[in-house]
Design a protein around this ligand. Structure first.
Ligand code: NCD
Length: 333
């Protein structure tokens, strides 16, 4: 089947179905082939050299920002940036809608990271109602969603299980602050597209998944999931272990996170003995103490590759938003 799904915005995980996920993984693989030669890279750069993007990042970011900026460079898109709303006319009382409509006058794509859940959807809907709509990419919306991270996680899992029939039927353990961690939340949603999945959600009582996600997972017949606070017991048999840090920037009262003993949710060097030989260890990064640095050199550690995969998946998404994906030849299935 030669299906080429259409993409007008990247806003949340639930917009992606299995066909689109498989297509994004294949497209990303194909795009990476161009990285092998100067001619290939020059070809990629020519694809969207007539386009401009605004990176509007009003929450801290290192890798997501840089990987989007690099993805823009790879396909020739010229990026500009606002990284602090204090430097925009929002400070003069301009509404966020007006600010983003202003950006849309100058660029062809807006990539935004914001602390406000749902804002990207609101802006996309608003711009779609104007005479000059531009695509919006959600690069993280508060504790709510981080769809492009989840897509790169899916790509990393797909590659990790390449010789083991892909993601279907695998057991994935997600660990940490699953209440406020948007990456784990978005990834759980994407995993509902795969068959016979086993999810183990390991979190302290205070940071268990939110009810809306629990209901979504319960309603999904493809997924068997359980919640626990026992990391050690969850490691044997896992095909993937997805670590996350405590999201204390969302504490409602000061010291809320400090009251939780997060050390029980740290993956230590000694845990490696309990982890399957074929398993993959992932982390969206940045990490703190929850992932021992000595694990970096273990062959199961995939987080640095995962980080780099992000750039290529973002290249794939940008080409899809502008229909330039048709200029990338996909290998036959
Ligand atoms: C994550 C985020 O911003 O949600 N970082 C990232 O984009 N890779 C994870 C985190 O900050 O813990």
């Amino acid at each position: 089947m030669n299906s080429t799904p259409l993409l007008s915005h990247v806003l949340h995980s639930n917009q992606f179905d299995r066909t689109t996920l498989d297509y994004i993984c294949r497209l990303t693989d194909a795009i990476r082939q161009f990285d092998k030669s100067k001619d290939g890279l020059m070809y990629l750069q020519s694809l969207l050299a007539h386009k401009r993007a605004m990176l509007y990042f009003t929450q801290p970011s290192t890798r997501t920002y840089l990987s989007f900026e690099s993805a823009c460079h790879i396909v020739g898109v010229k990026p500009s940036e606002i990284r602090d709303s204090a430097t925009s006319s929002e400070m003069k009382g301009e509404s966020i809608e007006d600010s983003l409509r202003t950006f849309s006058s100058y660029v062809d794509l807006i990539i935004m990271r914001t602390p406000v859940p749902g804002l990207c959807d609101r802006i996309a809907e608003y711009l779609d109602s104007t005479s000059r709509p531009v695509p919006i990419i959600n690069a993280g919306s508060g504790p709510d969603e981080h769809p492009t991270q989840a897509l790169l996680d899916i790509y990393t899992l797909t590659r990790g299980f390449k010789n083991r029939d892909g993601i279907d039927g695998k057991s994935v353990v997600l660990v940490g602050d699953l209440k406020r961690g948007r990456t784990a939340r978005s990834l759980c949603k994407l995993l509902t597209n795969y068959k016979n999945m086993k999810l183990t959600l390991v979190a302290p009582d205070q940071f268990k998944i939110t009810d809306d996600l629990r209901q979504e997972l319960n309603a999904c017949t493809n997924i068997e999931f359980r919640e626990t606070d026992d990391l050690e017991a969850s490691l044997p048999g896992a095909d993937a272990i997805y670590m996350t840090r405590v999201q204390d920037e969302y504490d409602l009262s000061s010291g809320e996170s400090k009251a939780v003993d997060y050390s029980k949710f740290h993956l230590t060097y000694d845990h490696l003995d309990r982890i399957e030989d074929h398993a993959v260890i992932m982390h969206p990064l940045p990490r703190r103490a929850e992932l021992d640095r000595r694990i970096d050199n273990d062959k199961r550690a995939r987080y640095w590759r995962q980080e780099r995969n992000g750039m290529w998946v973002r290249v794939a998404l940008i080409t899809m938003l502008f229909n330039a994906n048709h200029k990338i030849l996909l290998p036959a299935l």
